[in-house]
Ligand binder design. Structure first.
Ligand code: 1CP
Length: 341
């Protein structure tokens, strides 16, 4: 039994006496403790593949920041790697893939990942679950199939993902074939995560915002829906489709339990679209560069806008590495102390 199950109750739409709060990228460079643990691994990939170190940084924000959930330290790019496309994480540049997907033969050569192919993530989850001692829930995650396809085609990060979008426009059948394989791999992977101890799953569609509305429904949402249908009978699922502001109503029609919102979305508008589903978000991470008075004032306004029930407090995207740790802690403390709804 979880000692603090606020996140689980909020995700399921059950009554909470206080709004739960966690932060995307809470395990990261904002914490000097993370940087110290990170220094023990030769590089990012070795770090991700080391269950002891991954468990250590997963738990750090629970104790240092007082957040109401842990999110397993890993990366969405472990899926392309498990399917046959290894990557490197280049310091201050981001991911880089040696091989990318160009044609039908490349797609056929990809392996459908099984949970066992990602045994190091399963071990990290099991170890974290044990060390967390049921203090707070443990969130598992993967990338949305479209976001994973985008890296597989592009081979690195990109502002526009124009190569990946070109593929959707010129090779739609191949794109669907690739999305099917990524979806099958993601379902195997997430089922493994649940078996290893994940209490809730979040799908990160970080690059939803580069797609047109029609393409988002055709190439992204239907695959996230398939994942939700496979996983939501086991644990609650959150869909976070960054910058797909027009899509809340359609996302609410899937079997997800919560909808993640970026900071461009008005909370009242989101409520009218969400069909009673729990909302998560949506403070601008840059708010945490502001002075303390502004952080408290804006956080109070956001909490009032969303209301206490059916709500998980978070940022609208991940923490930036140079945000002051004290401001991050102030945000968490402000949410936990707020009572004036
Ligand atoms: O060494 C470092 O500290 C590098 C920074 C870093 C970290 C801390 C990367 C490289 N990945 C991670 C961990 C990570 N990645 C987590 C850990 C758990 C937590 O949130 O605390 C999670 C959930 C992710 C997921 C992830 N990786 C996403 C989706 C979320 C999002 O931010 O939109 C994406 C897009 C990635 C790819 C990725 N990994 C790392 C970088 C620099 C990038 C982005 C590259 C790009 O710009 O395209």
């Amino acid at each position: 039994m979880l000692k603090n199950d606020l996140l689980m109750r909020a995700a399921k739409g059950e009554f909470v006496e206080r709004v739960p709060v966690w932060l995307m990228r809470q395990a990261g460079r904002v914490l000097p403790e993370y940087r110290a643990t990170r220094a023990k691994a030769a590089n990012f990939i070795e770090f991700v593949k080391n269950p002891e170190l991954a468990a250590e940084v997963t738990i750090q924000p629970v104790h240092i920041l007082g957040v109401d959930a842990a999110i397993i330290f890993s990366d969405i790019l472990v899926i392309p790697e498990a399917m046959g496309l290894p990557y490197q994480m280049i310091e201050s540049k981001g991911p880089w893939f040696e091989k990318t997907i160009k044609n039908a033969a490349d797609i056929e050569a990809l392996h459908i990942a099984e949970a066992d192919d990602l045994g190091y993530v399963m071990q990290a989850l099991q170890l974290t679950k044990k060390q967390l001692n049921n203090e707070v829930p443990l969130i598992g995650f993967c990338g949305a199939p479209w976001t994973i396809l985008a890296y597989m085609i592009e081979g690195s990060g990109s502002k526009t993902f124009s190569k990946a979008k070109q593929f959707l426009y010129t090779q739609p059948q191949l794109a669907h074939r690739l999305l099917e394989k990524i979806t099958a791999s993601s379902i195997n992977y997430l089922k493994g995560q649940v078996a290893a101890g994940a209490d809730l799953i979040q799908l990160f569609d970080s690059w939803a915002g580069v797609l047109s509305e029609t393409h988002f429904y055709e190439f992204s949402l239907q695959y996230m829906q398939q994942i939700c249908d496979a996983i939501s009978p086991l644990v609650p699922v959150t869909i976070f489709a960054k910058d797909a502001h027009y899509a809340i109503e359609r996302i609410a029609q899937t079997s997800c339990s919560s909808i993640g919102l970026d900071w461009t979305i008005n909370p009242h508008h989101a409520r009218t679209q969400a069909n009673g589903k729990t909302l998560q978000g949506n403070a601008d991470p840059c708010l945490l560069y502001a002075n303390e008075t502004t952080i408290v004032k804006e956080t109070h306004a956001m909490l009032k806008d969303f209301g206490k029930q059916n709500y998980i407090c978070n940022l609208g995207h991940g923490l930036y590495p140079d945000l002051p740790k004290e401001h991050v802690k102030l945000f968490v403390d402000t949410v936990k102390a707020f009572t004036q709804y």
